[in-house]
Ligand binder design. Structure first.
Ligand code: MF3
Ligand code: CO
Length: 257
């Protein structure tokens, strides 16, 4: 029992004060990037143009690099997942239309350390039911982040997200999870969007995790498009993706990006 616990703990990457400063810097560049790209979202813009904005923004900050570009051969800075796309939407010639939703997912490497964040924004005027769906997804992320402190279990985060999303009649895409990050984009632990409170790895101080509810208005079944990247809902229903990189501090937590 003790050995199992120790094995778990040892897989968390613990960051020094200096590394935490680099993570804060990278995170603030990433937040700035997503704010700028979100402002550029309007009917008529292509997802490729949004990707170019993001890349230019990050490269304008000395020491910062796009984290996704080249990662597993991914060819862009942003993932732009439109409507029924859940994650990994490939930027291209698609033109955004009034009433669409688009998830803008981005990562930054600064000082050798990764931060990862995503916002889902509306294009033009959204249907009321779409607005409500986005609000529930954001509220689930906020509620999950709010409970993060040393001693929080991963299952506490998962169950908070599941309760809020399923309690509003939507579903969590179970195949896709949040994750630890640091010197790599994806590392221990997985942070599922469904689960039981009181279970799973225990968060120590001075670690970071990416919390990322990926939600659907309909089924949680997914399939991959022939482009080899874009994951969509199997029934074509709308999907939202919102993500923060969260630092576990001595007293609680801090949203880095
Ligand atoms: N935010 C995404 C994730 O956590 C990262 C995209 S990975 C890439 O999985 F391959 F598209 F770069
Ligand atoms: Co992520």
């Amino acid at each position: 029992m003790f050995e199992e616990w120790q094995h778990c703990m040892s897989q968390f990457q613990i960051f020094s004060a200096r590394q935490i400063e680099a993570l804060r810097k990278g995170g603030s560049i990433l937040r700035g990037c997503l704010e700028e790209v979100a402002r550029a979202v309007r009917p008529g813009v292509t997802t490729k143009e949004l990707d170019r904005h993001a890349e230019e923004f990050i490269r304008d900050h000395p020491g910062a690099k796009p984290a996704f570009l080249g990662y597993n051969n991914y060819p862009a800075t942003l993932c732009t997942s439109v409507n029924d796309a859940c994650v990994h939407g490939l930027p291209g010639s698609r033109i955004l239309r009034d009433g669409d939703i688009v998830a803008l997912d981005c990562g930054v490497v600064f000082g050798g350390l990764y931060t990862d964040a995503c916002v889902t924004v509306g294009v033009g005027i959204l249907a009321e039911e779409t607005r409500q769906f986005l609000a529930v997804s954001r509220n689930a992320l906020d509620a999950a982040c709010a409970i993060v402190k040393p001693g929080t279990k991963i299952g506490d985060i998962s169950s908070t997200i599941q309760r809020m999303v399923e309690g509003s009649g939507y579903s969590c895409v179970r195949m896709l999870t949040g994750h630890g990050l640091g010197t790599d984009l994806h590392q221990f632990p997985d942070v599922p969007n469904v689960g039981r409170a009181g279970t799973g790895p225990i968060l120590p101080a001075h670690t970071i995790i990416a919390i990322e509810p990926i939600t659907s208005m309909g089924t949680d079944d997914i399939r991959e498009l022939p482009d080899g990247w874009t994951i969509v809902t199997a029934d074509g229903s709308l999907s939202a993706h919102v993500e923060h990189t969260v630092l576990v501090t001595e007293e609680g937590c801090e949203i880095l990006a």
